[in-house]
Design a protein around this ligand. Structure first.
Ligand SMILES: [Zn+2]
Ligand SMILES: [Zn+2]
Length: 231
């Protein structure tokens, strides 16, 4: 059986990337608020949700299933992570089915996309002809539309539909290009600073636990760990 310290360490490895991803997402949410502050349409308004549901006929924009109840979720066309740099603003937010939202995360978490320029377009590019036979996303679409000709047509129609939806938000299209030049570098720095911070803090606490096997950590009042977070 593994000892408590090594268990903590492996949990730490997972947790520190979760924390860093969360921080990136929080930053992108704040940035979105700042950018979309003066836009006419608010992303959290009923008006926007109705516009989206109407535009896509109350169906998932990816698999076209009818959206009902808890199986419909908020979806970001460009994912809100350091690779896709998506924003929570009109034009990037849709309603999709939970299954597609989950399946799309594979493409969203790739550092570099090979099938398309955007995560959503990449997700819709797995038509079964461009990846190896073991690609889980290609297999997902084969399960949705078994017939190859139909699958290719649906995927390409849906891609066109989303592209046309996006072009209806000129504010978004205008803000994006200049942001995309600087954001990836900033977010990569934020992500790695956060990991370094978390690693330093936890290492320091673990060392104290190692030093005091019976008494638990000695935490001086008012101070935890020895690292300083510099943003
Ligand atoms: Zn779907
Ligand atoms: Zn594929």
């Amino acid at each position: 059986m593994r000892d408590a310290t090594s268990q903590l360490r492996s949990a730490t490895r997972r947790a520190k990337s979760d924390v860093a991803n969360k921080l990136v997402s929080m930053f992108l949410h704040e940035l979105s608020r700042k950018i979309a502050d003066k836009w006419k349409l608010r992303v959290d308004s009923e008006e926007y949700e109705q516009l989206v549901r109407r535009e896509f006929d109350n169906r998932c924009p990816y698999c076209l299933c009818v959206l009902v109840g808890p199986d419909s979720v908020i979806e970001h066309l460009d994912g809100m992570n350091r690779y896709r740099v998506g924003l929570h603003v009109p034009g990037n937010v849709l309603v999709a089915c939970r299954k597609c939202n989950c399946e799309k995360r594979r493409d969203d978490s790739l550092k570099a996309l090979t099938l398309a320029a955007f995560g959503w377009a990449s997700f819709l590019s797995h038509d079964g002809s461009r990846c190896g036979s073991s690609c889980p996303t290609c297999r997902y679409w084969m399960g949705v539309w078994e017939n190859e000709a139909e699958r290719k047509k649906r995927l390409s129609d849906n891609m066109e539909k989303i592209r046309s939806f996006r072009s209806g938000f000129p504010e978004f299209e205008q803000a994006l290009p200049s942001l995309m030049e600087v954001l990836p570098t900033l977010l990569t720095k934020l992500y790695s600073d956060c990991q370094t911070f978390a690693e330093g803090e936890i290492k320091s606490l673990l060392e104290r636990i190692d030093q005091t096997p019976s008494a638990g950590p000695r935490v001086e009042s008012g101070r935890v760990g020895n690292a300083q977070f510099v943003g």
